[in-house]
Design a protein around this ligand. Structure first.
Ligand SMILES: *Cc1c(COP(=O)(O)O)cnc(C)c1O
Ligand SMILES: [Zn+2]
Length: 479
């Protein structure tokens, strides 16, 4: 059944090619730009805020209970790309809350009652990634995929592995060697995903998994990284819940850590659509916070003046920065492993979000991130290092006077405190659990369900073999 009210569209203004939602693309086949999922809103029920509120208190009407229970799908009229309810893959994601962090506000010099933390660590796998995964799995289900894969700094793999396991897909995750927090690795293994530990960093893993998904279609692998526009549809729901918790009052600031820049991009799209639909009358400002050791957006936007420019942004400026990284051997490096990314795939959409939301970008160093992580732990439910970058960035913008003392601020806490216990233990005790684990003798796993990570070289043929594929699929052109 074709869906005529939803389609995919290239975001480049000089192209704008459109594709059916039943097609699978990781980029525009015509010009290589990213794709959006778009809607013909005039052919749909016009959403109203009061449609959403009652749903999570009811058991759901007409067998739609599972959708109503989800903190993503209860906003389904704002992401109606699926054909029928049965397409939707949901495990009760997105039931998260907005905390009025009064003590923390006082501690960083802001007005109590004006500083809120959105706890996305309360998702089933402990990070915001579940918001996007439910949507991407729904699309994978629509197009009949059965194998899904991602490159991951950890949380995407944990989320993919759980959804794959629950919904009957074969899950494959590509993680960089020694780059992943233990809590996240343990999830991927427990949920039974084939875990390929590639000798390289996140950027290398993403390049490989894209090659596998796009250039070797015989392997039948559906790509779950945030170049997948359907994932970002689900992540819009984080903003819908923030607004709902605030009685549909728009805050002054949304502050979010930036790695691959999918989340900030999704937020920008959410506000563009809410404004277009007349559900809000103003748009909050956006602050994207990066780690000093993984700061391409900060460098490009704040230092070199790169702008969205109506979609005709200066690709040469980006390429020049990446060439500098290569020449000088610079690799992303930060304690906040979830944002340890040097070449963010959603750069263009992030520029669009910054443009629409009058945004700013800041960088914070690892020590500052860890101090703010400890503050979030002391005065709230806790978070992982990358998440604390948002609070550290808020603190910096308050000190700079860019955030005014009585502005309404919402910081997104992207991941749960237990994701990276090593970083927390080291901060509080000085004991380096990672170093201890590396020295400890390894024994063979002997559980009946042991699912050991498979070490593999950063090499396409080796990866295809590890996936059980025929190495002759790797043609000379690909190598
Ligand atoms: C993925 C992730 C981020 C980065 O989000 P992007 O969409 O890649 O910018 C930040 N924090 C945590 C905990 C994450 O898992
Ligand atoms: Zn295009």
């Amino acid at each position: 059944m074709p869906t005529d009210h939803a389609y995919q569209q290239c975001i480049h203004p000089d192209c704008g090619a459109t594709f059916s939602v039943d097609e699978v693309h990781v980029a525009c086949p015509q010009c290589g730009s990213l794709l959006d999922v778009r809607y013909n809103w005039d052919r749909l029920v016009t959403p109203k805020w009061d449609m959403f509120e009652y749903r999570w208190m009811t058991k759901g009407e007409h067998g739609k209970g599972a959708l109503d229970f989800s903190g993503v799908w209860r906003f389904r009229e704002l992401m109606p790309f699926y054909h029928k309810y049965e397409d939707v893959v949901t495990i009760g994601e997105g039931r998260t809350n907005l905390q009025d962090a009064r003590k923390l506000a006082r501690h960083i010099g802001h007005t109590p009652g004006k500083f809120h933390l959105q706890y996305e660590g309360l998702n089933p796998t402990g990070s915001f990634k579940d918001n996007g995964m439910t949507a991407a799995f729904t699309h994978a289900n629509m197009v009949g995929a059965d194998k899904v894969a991602c490159a991951s700094t950890g949380n995407t793999s944990a989320s993919l592995a759980m959804f794959a396991d629950m919904a009957g897909f074969k899950g494959v995750v590509f993680i960089g060697s020694g780059k992943i927090a233990y809590g996240k690795l343990s999830q991927a293994l427990d949920y039974g995903a084939l875990t390929l530990q590639v000798q390289g960093d996140f950027d290398a893993c993403l390049r490989r998994v894209k090659q596998i998904a796009v250039e070797i279609p015989q392997l039948g692998i559906y790509l779950m990284n945030s170049v997948n526009p359907f994932r970002l549809e689900g992540q819009k729901a984080i903003m819908f819940r923030v607004l709902e918790a605030r009685g549909w009052n728009v805050p002054d600031w949304i502050i979010v850590p930036g790695g691959n820049l999918g989340n900030c991009s999704a937020f920008g799209k959410a506000f563009m659509e809410l404004k277009e639909l007349g559900l809000i009358d103003r748009v909050p400002r956006l602050a994207v916070i990066q780690a000093t050791g993984a700061n391409p957006l900060y460098t490009l936007f704040e230092k070199r003046g790169l702008r969205w420019n109506g979609g005709r942004w200066d690709k040469d400026m980006r390429n020049a920065l990446y060439a500098e990284y290569d020449d000088q051997g610079i690799r992303a490096h930060t304690i906040a492993s979830a944002i340890e990314i040097g070449r963010p795939v959603n750069l263009s959409k992030a520029l669009r979000a910054l443009d629409y939301m009058d945004g700013v970008v800041r960088e914070v160093d690892d020590e500052t991130i860890l101090e703010h992580k400890a503050m979030v732990g002391r005065y709230g439910f806790g978070c992982e290092p990358a998440s604390a970058a948002s609070v550290a960035g808020a603190h910096m913008l308050i000190d700079e006077g860019i955030i005014n003392k009585d502005d309404d601020v919402v910081c997104i806490l992207t991941g749960h405190q237990l994701k990276d216990p090593d970083a927390t233990v080291k901060y509080h005790t000085g004991i380096d659990m990672k170093a201890i684990q590396e020295q400890a003798p390894h024994t063979e796993p002997h559980g009946k369900l042991s699912n050991t990570p498979v070490p593999v070289a950063d090499d396409l043929t080796a990866i295809v073999e590890a996936l059980g594929g025929d190495p002759s699929l790797v043609t000379a052109a690909l190598r």
